[in-house]
Design a protein around this ligand. Structure first.
Ligand code: F0G
Length: 467
């Protein structure tokens, strides 16, 4: 080499994938006319589209990951005994090792764990503070007779605030609640690692440590929603000075140590298509969980999962905490988000861990919130390029349990959720270009009218008409 440029050492900056592709799944291409018909037939709800009519599926990062050859090999080692499967013990050992909790019961997915936890801990009239709600989590808390109270910092409700830890809990709001209702009415504090509804925003280690101290003085438990806690650990490593040189696995372990248990949807961080768990440090609670699990999920050593699925999740956990994996995973999300930011498209900032959130209030200011701007935008993206996104605004927020009135959330968002290890950089480029095209033509879009509203979690099955 004679060129000096080529001899100087260069720091690696790319997030390029630490894997290569071994199996592919062909995608169907559709015409615009076909897509217009498909979305009308789906009542302008992307949940009601057939997946084969979708080109790039960014509906969710839940259960949509590509498994590794190591995980697939584990599937062949499924021990499908009714009781005491060896895969359960592998799973239990890895949760204990990486998350640090003592007792584990597997569940079919995250909401299975939320159901059991809510039934064990919540009594009618209780209050459950949390760093913003998640749909299924809050519903299980309410079905058990509790009332969810949002104690996240105000910045989380502001799509443009650049706070590095928008998932943080506001200690004053938490203290006020404890003083108002009394610690004995608060069975636990519900803490999510990267807050989905806030845009995949992390909570800092410093904040969780403070919440832990406050909870200790009042004798209140903390239960973590660990669904995306590994992604949270990555942001701690990147943004919190003391953790710059710590491994993701070390950070995750410390993070969980400030909590008394967790519910988990393995379909996200843990790189599997199905599965979850409930973890607890208190033996008596664990015993109650084991009693309920046989009613709602299955025996306590399979909890609704096949042996092979438990093995895939045990192995997925190992892969999920590797620094190279998580850097590439979040690097891909940042790649898409940065492109949109460069083109002046309104998204939630900072860019979150698992998704890009289009800010529908700024994208479609002509559509009032009661005409579902985010729902409309998600439908339009599908028509434009066969990209499937998800509404996270007024439809997802639902109605108040007391008054029956619609919630009007500050955040009216469309989530472009990136599955793990599934799509390429070219798919991200195409997605960005499609969003830009819709943005260019945004003035001609009108709102929607809801013509069918299910009672629970209405966003899944609601139907709409164009206004
Ligand atoms: N907690 C969080 C933060 C979640 O994002 C989810 C699921 C759950 C709990 C429930 O887990 O689906 O396994 O029962 N989120 C999916 C999503 C559905 O698309 O964000 P589950």
């Amino acid at each position: 080499m004679t060129d000096a440029k080529h001899t100087s050492p260069r720091r690696r900056r790319s997030w390029a994938e630490p894997y290569k592709i071994k199996v592919v799944e062909p995608l169907k291409m559709t015409t615009r006319a076909e897509r217009e018909q498909a979305i009308a037939a789906a009542g302008y709800n992307t949940f009601l589209l057939r997946s084969e009519d979708v080109y790039i599926d960014l509906l969710t990062d839940s259960g949509t990951a590509a498994m590794s050859d190591y995980q697939w090999a584990g599937m062949m080692l499924g021990d499908e005994a009714y009781a005491g499967s060896k895969n359960f013990y592998n799973l239990e050992a890895n949760i204990q090792k990486y998350y640090g909790y003592r007792y584990i019961v597997p569940t079919h997915q995250g909401r299975g764990a939320e159901n059991i936890l809510s039934q064990i801990l919540i009594k009618p009239g209780d209050y459950i503070p949390g760093n913003m709600y998640f749909t299924t989590t809050r519903l299980h808390q309410e079905l058990a007779g509790g009332t969810f109270v949002d104690v996240i910092i105000d910045e989380a409700h502001d799509a443009q605030s650049l706070h590095p830890f928008k998932g943080n809990i506001d200690l004053q709001k938490l203290t006020d609640l404890i003083e108002r209702v009394g610690a004995e009415r608060i069975p636990y504090i519900s803490v999510a690692g990267t807050v989905n509804m806030a845009g995949g925003q992390p909570i800092s280690m410093a904040n969780l440590r403070e919440v832990h101290q406050l909870a200790q003085t009042h004798g209140i438990r903390i239960i973590l929603d660990a669904t995306r806690a590994v992604e949270n650990a990555y942001f701690i490593q990147q943004r919190e000075e003391d953790y710059r040189n710590q491994a993701i696995a070390t950070i995750l372990h410390e993070f969980c140590s400030y909590t008394d248990g967790c519910t988990m949807s393995g379909k996200k961080d843990a790189l599997v298509n199905i599965g979850g768990w409930l973890a607890l440090n208190d033996y008596n609670l664990y015993e109650e969980a084991r009693n309920l699990i046989v009613i709602y999920e299955g025996l306590h050593t399979y909890g609704g999962m096949a042996g092979r699925d438990m093995e895939a999740m045990a192995r997925g956990i190992e892969e999920s905490v590797k620094d190279d994996h998580i850097r590439a995973r979040i690097g891909q999300v940042e790649y898409l988000g940065q492109k949109l930011l460069d083109w002046g498209i309104p998204i939630v900032v900072p860019i979150g861990g698992h998704a890009i959130y289009l800010d529908a209030k700024r994208f479609l200011p002509q559509i009032p919130q009661e005409q579902f701007p985010a729902q409309r935008l998600a439908a339009e993206l599908y028509v434009e390029a066969g990209i499937r996104a998800m509404e996270r605004g007024i439809v997802s927020a639902g109605r108040s349990k007391e008054t029956g009135d619609n919630y009007y959330p500050d955040l009216e968002l469309v989530r472009l959720t990136i599955p793990r290890r599934v799509y390429t950089q070219a798919h991200m480029d195409l997605t960005a270009e499609a969003v830009e095209e819709v943005y260019y033509n945004r003035d001609r879009l009108r709102g929607l009218k809801m013509i069918y509203e299910p009672k629970y979690l209405r966003f899944f099955q609601a139907r709409f008409e164009l206004l």
